[in-house]
Write a protein of this length. Structure first.
Length: 507
C-alpha cells in the first residue's frame, strides 16, 4: 500500500497536465470557500424608501461591481407603473411618463430626453435594473419632484419628508438628555456599558450638520449620529445606565438614569434594551392611556369586563397591522400595514382640517394586539373609532360594523362584557357607516356596507367602523397614489363631519 501511494504522488508530480488539473481544482475549492465565507459575513443589503405614500424596503443586488435596484419595483408603490421588455430594450410607463432603456447602455431616454445612469442598464428575467447611484438624477424625471439618495447608507427620501431632531441637556438636571423630533418616531432602544443606541429603521430621520454632538455633562458627554444599510442610529455615550421614556406622541425621547426600582421597571417595559416596535412605549397613545387615571381595560387575560367610560369628542384612527404583522401582501413589494398607516395619516389631516381633533393609534411600524387597540381606544374616551384596512381583491371600499355574539349575559352593573362592549353603540356605528358610505358614493366610489366579527370592533364601547380600501380596478398601484388616497380620506372625513352632532351627543 505504501509503494502505491508513493507511485501516485510521483505520477502527479512528474506529469505537468495532471499537476495543472490538480492545481486548478485546489484553487477552485479555495475560491468557493472564500465566496461562502464572504457571503456568510456580509449582511444582505437593502434600500429603505421613505415617501408620503408608503415607507418600504427593496433588496439591493451587486452586478458588475456596482449596486443595482429594480426600477419597476421601486416605482410600483408610488403610482401606476407597467413595463415591457425584449432581449435588448426595456420600456417603462410610470403614470404618464415613458422611460426607454437599452441593455449595456449608460444612458436612457425619459420623455424623449437623455438621462445619465452612471452605469450600464441590465435586464434579468424581464426586470429592469439600474445602478443605485443613478436614482438622484433618474427619479425626479419620473416623479416630477425631489428624490434624495443617501448612497452610503442606502436610504432614499422622496419629497420633503425628512424628520429632523435636536438634542439638549435638561437645564434643571444635567443627567437628562432630551431629544425632540419634528414627527413621531418609534426607534428600537438597546444599551451596553457606556452606550445607549436608538435605531430608526422605519423613520425618515436625517442628521444634524455635525454628526457628533457634545454636551456639557459629565453623565452624558456626547452623542453620535450615523446611517448604515437602510437605518439611522444615534449612539449616546454615558457614564451611568440610562433609560428611555417617550412623550408628546412620540416626538420627544428623554434619556435619564432610573430614579427608583419602580422607574426602572416602567422604563424597561417601555423598551430599554428591546425593540421599540415590539412593545408599546410611553411615546404611543397606548402607554399614555395606560398611565392615565382611566379604569383598567378588560381583556381575555385581564379583568373579564370592561368598564363604561364617559367620553369626550374626538376621533381615533387605527391603522391595522404593523410590526411583524404585515397584513395582506398586496404586491411583492407592498404590504397592507404600510398602506394603512399612509391612509391613516391622510385621514387625520382631512379630519383635523375640518375641525375634528384626531389621534392616530399607530403612526409607526409598531406591534399592537387587538386587545391593546380596543383598550387604548376606550381609555382615550373617543367619540368614534375608525379602523383602516387595505385589500387587493374587489373594488372601492367596504365598510364594516360589529357582528355581536347572541348573548351578552355577563354584563353586570356598570361593566360590559369585553366581547360585546359594542352592544349599546351598534346603532350609532351603523349610522356612522351609512354617513361615510353616502359621502363615498358622492365621489363615485363603489361601497359595500357589511357586518362582520371583525375585531376589535366588538370590544369598542363607542361608535366603531372599519374601512377597507381596495383599488378601483385590478391594479393595486392606486392604493399608494396620493389622488386616490385623498379621494377616499376626504369622503370618509366628510361622512364623520355629517354625523358629528349625533356622535357628540352620544352618551
Amino acid at each position: 500500500m505504501r509503494s502505491i501511494r508513493r507511485g501516485r504522488v510521483r505520477t502527479i508530480a512528474n506529469d505537468p497536465g495532471k499537476r495543472a488539473v490538480f492545481v486548478r481544482a485546489a484553487v477552485g475549492v479555495l475560491l468557493v470557500l472564500a465566496v461562502l465565507l464572504v457571503s456568510a459575513a456580509a449582511p444582505e443589503k437593502h434600500l429603505s424608501v421613505f415617501s408620503t405614500a408608503a415607507n418600504y424596503s427593496l433588496p439591493v443586488i451587486q452586478r458588475q461591481g456596482q449596486d443595482y435596484i429594480g426600477l419597476l419595483e421601486l416605482l410600483d408603490p408610488l403610482g401606476t407603473v407597467s413595463a415591457k421588455s425584449d432581449p435588448t430594450r426595456w420600456r417603462l410607463h410610470y403614470n404618464n411618463i415613458l422611460g426607454e432603456f437599452t441593455v449595456g447602455k449608460s444612458r436612457a431616454r425619459i420623455q424623449g430626453r437623455d438621462a445619465d445612469l452612471s452605469g450600464r442598464f441590465l435586464i434579468e428575467n424581464g426586470r429592469g435594473l439600474v445602478p443605485l447611484a443613478s436614482l438622484n438624477s433618474l427619479l425626479p424625471r419620473f416623479l416630477g419632484g425631489p428624490a434624495t439618495l443617501h448612497e452610503e447608507s442606502n436610504r432614499l427620501f422622496i419629497g420633503n419628508i425628512s424628520t429632523h431632531f435636536t438634542a439638549s441637556i435638561s437645564p434643571d438636571d444635567p443627567s437628562r438628555l432630551v431629544f425632540r423630533f419634528t414627527a413621531p418616531v418609534n426607534p428600537s432602544v438597546a444599551s451596553e456599558p457606556g452606550k445607549l443606541r436608538l435605531t430608526f429603521r422605519r423613520e425618515p430621520l436625517t442628521g444634524p450638520a455635525s454628526p457628533m454632538l457634545t454636551f456639557g455633562s459629565r453623565v452624558i458627554p456626547s452623542a453620535d449620529y450615523s446611517e448604515n444599510n437602510g437605518a439611522a442610529e444615534i449612539e449616546v455615550t454615558t457614564s451611568v445606565p440610562l433609560l428611555a421614556s417617550f412623550s408628546a406622541d412620540g416626538r420627544t425621547i428623554t434619556l435619564a438614569p432610573p430614579k427608583s426600582p419602580t422607574a426602572t421597571n416602567t422604563a424597561a417595559a417601555n423598551g430599554a434594551g428591546t425593540s421599540g416596535a415590539g412593545a408599546p412605549t410611553a411615546s404611543s397613545p397606548a402607554t399614555a392611556a395606560a398611565q392615565s387615571n382611566a379604569p383598567p381595560a378588560s381583556s381575555p387575560t385581564a379583568p373579564a369586563l370592561t368598564p363604561l367610560i364617559s367620553r369626550r369628542y374626538f376621533a381615533i384612527v387605527d391603522a391595522s397591522h404593523g410590526g411583524n404583522d404585515r397584513g395582506e401582501t398586496l404586491s411583492p413589494s407592498l404590504a397592507e400595514k404600510d398602506i394603512t398607516v399612509a391612509f391613516a395619516r391622510r385621514l387625520r389631516q382631512e379630519l383635523e382640517s375640518r375641525g375634528i381633533t384626531t389621534l392616530l393609534l399607530r403612526d409607526s411600524d409598531a406591534n399592537l394586539s387587538l386587545d391593546d387597540r380596543a383598550y387604548f381606544a376606550n381609555t382615550t374616551h373617543a367619540a368614534v373609532y375608525i379602523a383602516l384596512h387595505a385589500a387587493s381583491n374587489g373594488h372601492g371600499v367596504r365598510l364594516y360594523t360589529a357582528l355581536l355574539p347572541y348573548s351578552s349575559d355577563d354584563d353586570r352593573g356598570p361593566f360590559r362584557s369585553w366581547n360585546s362592549a359594542q352592544t349599546s353603540s351598534v346603532a350609532l356605528s351603523q349610522a356612522t357607516a351609512a354617513s361615510v358610505g353616502a359621502e363615498l358614493r358622492k365621489v363615485q366610489v363603489t361601497v359595500r356596507t357589511l357586518t362582520a366579527p371583525l375585531r376589535p370592533l366588538n370590544n369598542i364601547v363607542t361608535a366603531a367602523i372599519a374601512v377597507e380600501v381596495a383599488p378601483p380596478a385590478s391594479n393595486v398601484s392606486p392604493l399608494v397614489a396620493p389622488d386616490y388616497q385623498q379621494l377616499i380620506a376626504g369622503a370618509v372625513a366628510n361622512g364623520i363631519v355629517a354625523i358629528r352632532a349625533q356622535l357628540g351627543a352620544a352618551p
